[in-house]
Design a protein around this ligand. Structure first.
Ligand SMILES: [Zn+2]
Length: 266
C-alpha cells in the first residue's frame, strides 16, 4: 500500500471515475473511489480481484489523482506482475483440493456429476472429473468446492464446539477476500470456501480459531492459549496462510469475468 498526503478541494467529479496510467508501453486501469473523510490518496492492488483502486478525498481533483497514479505506475506494474496467474475452473486446470493437486477433466457422460479419482502414481495429480455440458464446468466445480468446504468446516466446527461443551453453530461459506473466517455476535461462523483448497490442518485451525472467538471475542493471550489447545498446529497453519493464502484467490477466476489486469495502450 502506498500513501501520499494530498489535499485538493478545487474540483469535484462524480464517483466511479477511472483513469488509465502507463508504464513501459503498457497501460493500467485505475478505479477511483471517493471516500468520506479520506485526506490522502491511497493506491492499492487487490490480489484477489487483480484490480487497482485509488481511494481519495470526496472532493479530490481528478487531475491530481491521475498524476499520483501515473507517478506510481511502475509500482502498479510491479505489483500486478508479482501476482500469481489466474487458474479458471476449466478442463486441464490443476487446482488444489485439501492441499493436493487435482486436474479438472471433462467427462462426456449421460449422467451429470462430479467426483474425484486418486492418481495412479505419486507425482501425477489426482483427478476431478466433471460430467456436464462444457460451458457448465466452472460453475459445477465452484459449487462442488463450496459444498465440500461447508461440509468440512461444519464437521471441524462441531468437533471444536463439542470439546468446549457448546452447541454446534451455524456455518456459512462465502468468497471473502479480507478474512478467512469471522464470528458474528450471534455466534454464527463464516468462512471462505477457498479453505477447502488448503491442507486439512489449515482448515481445522481456522475452525478452531473462530470457535475460540465464541469464548474470547479478541486476540488476547487467553484467546491464543485456547486456540493452541484446540489446534496445536496453530503456528504452522498461520505460517502456511502467510506463505500461500493469497494464492488461493487465483483459482476459479474466469479470464473474461475478471477486470483486465493490464490493457495495452497500442
Ligand atoms: Zn480472530
Amino acid at each position: 500500500m502506498l500513501r501520499l498526503f494530498r489535499r485538493d478541494t478545487s474540483t469535484h467529479s462524480p464517483a466511479h471515475d477511472e483513469v488509465d496510467v502507463s508504464h513501459e508501453g503498457v497501460s493500467y486501469r485505475v478505479s477511483l473511489k471517493r471516500v468520506t473523510g479520506a485526506r490522502r490518496f491511497t493506491l492499492r492492488v487487490r490480489a484477489a480481484t487483480r484490480d487497482v483502486v485509488l481511494t481519495m478525498p470526496m472532493r479530490g481533483s481528478l487531475t491530481a489523482a491521475r498524476d499520483f497514479a501515473q507517478r506510481n505506475a511502475a509500482w502498479i506494474a510491479a505489483r500486478l506482475n508479482r501476482l500469481p496467474r489466474i487458474v479458471p475452473f476449466r478442463p486441464g486446470s490443476i487446482i488444489p483440493l485439501r492441499g493436493d493437486d487435482h486436474i479438472i477433466t471433462h467427462q462426456e457422460a449421460a449422467r451429470g456429476g462430479i467426483w474425484t479419482e486418486a492418481a495412479c502414481e505419486a507425482p501425477a495429480p489426482h483427478m476431478l472429473h466433471v460430467a456436464c455440458g462444457l460451458d457448465h464446468v466452472p460453475r459445477r466445480v465452484s459449487d462442488f468446492l463450496k459444498r465440500e468446504a461447508k461440509r468440512e468446516l461444519e464437521a471441524a466446527v462441531k468437533l471444536h464446539t463439542n470439546r468446549l461443551g457448546f452447541a454446534s453453530r451455524k456455518v456459512t461459506v462465502r468468497d471473502t477476500t479480507s478474512r478467512w473466517g469471522s464470528c458474528s455476535a450471534s455466534g454464527s461462523l463464516n468462512f471462505s470456501w477457498r479453505l477447502v483448497m488448503s491442507p486439512p490442518f489449515v482448515l481445522d485451525y481456522l475452525a478452531a480459531h473462530e470457535v475460540a472467538h465464541l469464548v474470547h471475542m479478541n486476540h488476547s493471550d487467553k484467546f491464543w492459549a485456547l486456540t493452541h489447545e484446540l489446534a496445536p498446529q496453530t503456528e504452522r497453519a498461520e505460517a502456511w496462510l502467510r506463505a500461500h493464502g493469497a494464492e488461493l484467490h487465483r483459482y476459479g477466476v474466469e479470464p473474461d469475468a475478471a477486470p483486465p489486469d493490464r490493457v495495452n495502450s497500442r
